[in-house]
Write a protein that binds this ligand. Structure first.
Ligand code: F6P
Length: 255
């Protein structure tokens, strides 16, 4: 697209793809830390990618966060979306209702005129509660569906910011600092080398489930997320990264 060439975004996409080892990178103009419309632009790009791949009866697992909420807002119905099933990738992770994976998956489905299933899991689960909950037949059913997802769409956050947003304890936040956590995705915290160093206990997709056969779309932008994006991509380079110009420039250290 001519506009992208003119803005130099194409060049950022190619350089980032090389630097991060991500097959496909899409960069939209702007900085989502500064302007909220940038998240919707990333959303538009994400929906384009999603629709190009979707087949009827596909299961799409989505994560929570404000970026994914903006992505869902950009969804529109299409012939191939009607039989698609949207599910939350993981259970409660301490987000406000509008930013929870459950809510966002229902929003995707309602805008796509597609199907959805909910996963009801409280945010703070003791080990005992977790162990008995996963054995519930209704939970087992939806878990099977979630694990069968062909496509996963998720956000990435800065580790400290996410711990604070989740009202984590001071001692946990200190621990993250000590262990130099920089990124958060799927309820896992990662250090700069992309090693997962802490996991929030909840039901749903675990990192190990993101095998090669799953098509993973990451959506994350804003200068403040550059380090988090780089760290997470070291763990598992996504099939598609959708980001913005500010994050891209910071990652590539170009002013
Ligand atoms: O809490 C869900 C989640 O997807 C996290 O895994 C991620 O770090 C965060 O939301 C991203 O949130 P936002 O898009 O609001 O920055």
């Amino acid at each position: 697209d001519v506009m992208k060439e003119l803005l130099g975004l194409r060049h950022l996409e190619m350089s980032l793809s090389q630097q991060l080892g991500v097959k496909q990178v899409l960069v939209v103009a702007g900085d989502s830390d500064e302007d909220s419309w940038v998240k919707r632009e990333m959303g538009r790009a994400c929906i384009g990618e999603l629709k190009a791949r979707l087949r009827p009866k596909d299961v799409v697992a989505v994560m929570g966060g404000t970026t994914l909420a903006a992505v869902a807002e950009m969804m529109t119905p299409d012939t191939q979306t009607r039989e698609v099933v949207f599910v939350p990738a993981r259970g409660g992770l301490g987000e406000q209702v509008e930013n929870q994976a459950n809510t966002i998956s229902a929003e995707f489905a309602s805008r796509a005129k597609a199907q959805y299933r909910l996963l009801h899991v409280p945010d703070q689960l003791s080990e005992e509660a977790y162990t008995s909950l996963v054995l519930e037949p209704s939970v087992q059913d939806i878990l099977k569906l979630i694990k069968s997802a062909s496509t996963v769409i998720h956000g990435i956050g800065d580790a400290q910011m996410m711990a604070e947003r989740r009202d984590s304890s001071g001692s946990f936040i200190d621990k993250l600092k000590r262990e130099e956590a920089v990124a958060e995705a799927f309820g896992y915290y990662f250090n700069r080398a992309g090693q997962p160093i802490h996991k929030q206990r909840t039901i749903g997709l675990q990192l190990d489930d993101l095998g090669e056969h799953k098509y993973v779309i990451s959506v994350a932008g804003g200068r403040s997320k550059a380090e988090a994006i780089a760290a997470y991509m070291k763990y598992r380079p996504s099939d598609v990264l959708i980001t913005d110009e500010a994050a891209a420039r910071s990652l590539l250290r170009v002013p």
